[in-house]
Design a protein around this ligand. Structure first.
Ligand SMILES: Nc1ncnc2c1ncn2[C@@H]1O[C@H](COP(=O)(O)OP(=O)(O)O)[C@@H](O)[C@H]1O
Ligand SMILES: [Mg+2]
Length: 274
């Protein structure tokens, strides 16, 4: 079934590897009634790469995610998933295609234990419908440890974990249940430096485990630490697209900050206070 484009590309270590394009957007656009939220978006999401999508508020980041996550359909262009033109009718269909999305306001139940959350909706049952508690705990523990997350007591409610750990549990769950792509909507936006580090490390581990990661952020520093390619959105269009080797942090920061607009503002402020 898969006719996905395979092409050589620079691996994360600078070596050459072959990665599979899981999602390809070609001239994709989306209008909400009269509001054109996205226009002319070209984007590839490949396995083993972190694709960073940056942009200011209202740039269209969430709209872009929602198209890939099956929440909204696009109204222009086309989306290929594993090489096939795809219109998702629901988030369930996106999940079945291996595309998992971790939203900022996580779909975790804060009062439930870590292991219950890990298996939420996918519980393991034994004969007579009994929950296989010990087995689920053991799997959750080993999956989290595999990714370098040690949570001493998996019976603790998820709400008692740090923000970074919570993000990691949600990501580990997506990986365990077979995601090929994980989309992370501003996972570090509400976190401090240390907690952001926890999540960024985890993003790298997910990438090195062969997943395609779409990392939405408005922090160019976070993006530059982990990204293989960068797409900056402005008013619903791509204003910059670059592979890591072809861009510096300064350029990315300048593009995000709206370098020209800042210079203009600087002049205006200077004129106000000569
Ligand atoms: N459900 C909606 N109905 C109408 N307009 C929307 C809807 N969602 C987003 N928009 C508009 O689309 C544009 C992009 O929004 P969004 O994708 O949320 O940007 P971002 O996530 O980058 O802040 C904005 O102008 C926003 O007002
Ligand atoms: Mg948003």
């Amino acid at each position: 079934m898969s006719t996905a484009a395979r092409r050589p590309t620079d691996g994360p270590d600078g070596g050459t590897s072959v990665t599979e394009t899981v999602i390809r957007l070609e001239d994709v656009g989306k209008s909400y009634g009269n509001v054109r939220a996205l226009h002319g978006i070209n984007l590839d999401v490949r396995q083993g790469e972190v694709t960073c999508v940056l942009g200011d508020n209202g740039a269209g980041k969430s709209t872009l995610i929602k198209i890939m996550a099956g929440l909204h359909d696009y109204t222009e262009g086309r989306m290929l998933v594993h090489g096939q033109v795809t219109h998702f009718g629901s988030p369930r269909q996106a999940l079945d295609a291996g595309i998992a999305t971790v939203y900022q306001d996580l779909a975790l139940a804060p009062l439930m234990s870590v292991w219950r959350n890990f298996f939420l909706g996918k519980e393991l049952h034994g004969p007579l419908g009994m929950l296989r508690v010990a087995q689920m705990k053991q799997i959750a523990d080993s999956e989290l440890r595999k990714m370098g997350i040690v949570i001493p007591d998996l019976d603790r409610p998820v709400g008692a974990l740090s923000g970074g750990q919570r993000q990691c549990v949600a990501i580990a769950r997506a990986i365990y249940f077979g995601a090929k792509v994980i989309i992370l909507d501003e996972p570090t936006a509400a976190l401090g430096v240390k907690q952001s580090g926890v999540v960024l490390k985890y993003i790298v581990k997910a990438r090195d485990a062969g997943l395609g990661v779409v990392f939405i952020t408005h922090n160019p520093h976070h993006a530059f630490l982990v990204g293989n390619r960068f797409v900056v959105l402005k008013l619903g269009e791509v204003s910059l697209e670059a592979k890591r080797d072809h861009i510096t942090l300064e350029q990315l920061t300048g593009e995000m900050a709206g370098g020209d607009e800042l210079t203009a503002l600087e002049h205006e402020l200077r004129d106000l206070h000569p």
